[in-house]
Design a protein around this ligand. Sequence first.
Ligand SMILES: Nc1ncnc2c1ncn2[C@@H]1O[C@H](COP(=O)(O)OP(=O)(O)OP(=O)(O)O)[C@@H](O)[C@H]1O
Ligand SMILES: N[C@@H](CCO)C(=O)O
Length: 295
Amino acid sequence: MKVSAPATIANFGPGFDVFGLCLDEPRDVIKVKESDEVMVEVEGFNVPEDPEKNVASISALALLKMLKAEMGFRMKIIKGIRPKSGLGSSGASALGGALALAKLLGVENRELIIKAALEGEKAASGSAHGDNIVPSLFGGFTILKSLSPLEVFKLDVSFKLVIVLPKVEVSTKRARAVLPRYVPLSDAVRNLALASALISALKEGDIEKAGKLLDDYLAIPYRKPLIPWFDNVRRAALESGAYGVSLSGSGPAMFALGEDLGDIGKAMVEAFENEGIGAEYFITKVGGGAKCSDV
Ligand SMILES: Nc1ncnc2c1ncn2[C@@H]1O[C@H](COP(=O)(O)OP(=O)(O)OP(=O)(O)O)[C@@H](O)[C@H]1O
Ligand SMILES: N[C@@H](CCO)C(=O)O
């Protein structure tokens, strides 16, 4: 069984822990076969091959436990999403591992698959946030109303965007540890306003209007010490014509919406380089979610 699990942008501006956008690329590919033992082999970006440490096998083992299924598996992970990038790398692997075993066992229950994948995400980031796993499975733009019971609202949006990946790492665990337990009511109301308006703009297909709504008052302000370059790179993107810019998940990757995405990507890379940080950009589009096939 083969699963291709796409990268994702969690939060997507004002939607902390709720909004998620599936990307068409990059992807993690997870192949599994039934076996007497549990083995993990990794190609591509370096992640652990210890089945107790790789989030893909952790999720797969969690699913087997939930199903009380006595079996082993051989798993091969072709790791295409850079870890600690902000592109939902652990989320894609966690989803891919759980989904691959579910397909092998003929299990279609998405709530169960997500629940198992959250075990992998929790192992990676210390918290069971679903806003990478859910868009990686469903595709499109997802609004995660609730994990248990699973309630997802999906918008079938279609647009291109530019992603900028700096050569630095931000650990999700660390980026969540700096968040406050409480925020000012005025900031909560500002995010509520931005998030509601963003959904309306996306439903209209007005990407320019959506770009202007990508602010956040709940997480990014508190994460600034981990991403000191954010304001300068954001300014460079806006000055080069971006409709809007934000952090992808907990970073360090950033994304921008606009017309001339190549110009915007180049301006953002240059701004990173002015901060002494190498970076690369790529243009992609909204993805359709995880894909499964018999190998
Ligand atoms: N299959 C896997 N894919 C990604 N990370 C994994 C995997 N297995 C174990 N890990 C570990 O999980 C941790 C992932 O950390 P973190 O959550 O910050 O990254 P991430 O999910 O890759 O980040 P992001 O969501 O920002 O892309 C790393 O220490 C990594 O080594
Ligand atoms: N919503 C999560 C996404 C992490 O990829 C966070 O911002 O911590």
